[in-house]
Design a protein around this ligand. Structure first.
Ligand code: ZN
Length: 358
């Protein structure tokens, strides 16, 4: 129990030392954080069991945005900084337990083997191996974890891997695509055609897609905003009318939402609000969009977009806890503490389960 309170205390300490917060605002936010099932230190000391039940009782049923890190990928990604432990199913399940979250969608990091930094001659073999390792890990906890297949949609092996995953009972639950990591440019007609073909094929195989639509920003030479969101809506989403599509990170990349992500989110939210048929199977995960650094203005904006989209389409997700990324427990505490939603609204989001996890 002291662990619970020391977590909160370090959260509070972090808030108080965050630049840009007035002391009053920090204290208010600290209180809101501390209200995630814990009212006062005395109450915690008085009835730790009840407090823990409150925290876990309000926790999401499903974490819709998690990853595992294979020993192979950890070695290839962090060769210059050894010491990054793999993230195994055991480790993820321990984190879910700490957060009171029952289940997680485990999005394979297969696409990373196609990124320019680490790809080699045996790229497709690595992609397959990553998807298979993720499937095997998830299979250790069949009641808790469900693996989703992934690959770079621009590669010549994309449709081959899609078909292989579609016929594998452990990988057929869905796809994860990551546009920025796969260097997808939504202003490039050829890229759009290739991605559309992946969406069309996934639709035919009835494989839902979790998609990180954010392509980048001016800084990395891949602009992203209203225009790119419209391309996604008109030319890509329209090719997959019958499968659930989960737009990751509220159409951004996390942490928080940058300017382009806010523009893209506005395009999608407005399309949903006017009943655009192409959006009828669209969901959003909130992974890493709300953090302890989220400004009050951004918190209000995000809450307004969630209302506009409709809370039944909002899926809780936290992302992989490596480096500075928060754990599932810390992520949910920040989401609860920083967003101006009611208890009933948090409960609705916590109880949402994507069709591919049912
Ligand atoms: Zn992720």
């Amino acid at each position: 129990m002291s662990v619970l309170w020391s977590d909160l205390r370090s959260v509070v300490r972090g808030l108080l030392t965050t630049r840009g917060f007035s002391l009053v605002a920090s204290a208010a936010l600290a209180l809101r954080i501390a209200c995630v099932g814990v009212q006062t230190e005395e109450a915690l000391t008085f009835s730790p069991l009840v407090m823990e039940q409150q925290l876990n009782g309000g926790a999401p049923l499903v974490d819709h945005h998690q990853h595992l890190l294979s020993p192979m990928l950890a070695g290839r990604l962090f060769d210059s900084a050894p010491g990054q432990e793999p993230v195994t199913a055991d480790r993820l399940v321990a984190q879910l337990d700490a957060a009171g979250i029952q289940r997680a969608a485990v999005l394979s990091l297969g696409y990373m083997h196609g990124s320019p930094r680490i790809r080699g001659d045996d790229e497709y073999a690595h992609v397959r191996a990553e998807n298979d390792w993720t499937r095997q890990q998830a299979a250790k906890y069949p009641d808790r974890l469900r693996a989703l297949c992934s690959f770079n949609p621009l590669k010549e092996y994309a449709l081959t891997e899609l078909d292989r995953c579609a016929s594998d009972p452990g990988l057929r639950h869905g796809l994860k695509l990551h546009f920025a990591n796969s260097q997808v440019d939504l202003q490039n007609v050829r890229h759009v055609e290739q991605v559309r073909e992946v969406f069309r094929t996934a639709d035919a195989r009835r494989m839902p897609i979790v998609v990180h639509v954010w392509t980048g920003d001016e800084r990395i030479g891949k602009p992203y905003g209203r225009a790119e969101a419209r391309v996604f809506l008109n030319d890509i989403l329209a090719a997959a009318p019958d499968i659930p599509i989960q737009i990751a990170h509220l159409a951004g990349a996390g942490p928080g939402l940058d300017r382009g992500s806010k523009e893209a989110l506005a395009v999608f939210a407005e399309a949903i609000a006017v009943g655009d048929r192409r959006t009828r199977n669209v969901y959003f995960d909130v992974a890493t969009t709300v953090t302890l650094q989220t400004s009050p203005e951004d918190a209000v904006l995000i809450a307004a977009r969630l209302h506009q989209i409709g809370l039944h389409r909002i899926l809780y997700g936290s992302d992989m806890a490596i480096g500075p990324n928060p754990t599932a427990r810390q992520g949910w505490a920040a989401f609860r503490g920083m967003l101006p939603l009611t208890e009933a609204e948090f409960k609705t989001i916590a109880h949402n389960v994507a069709p591919y996890m049912r």
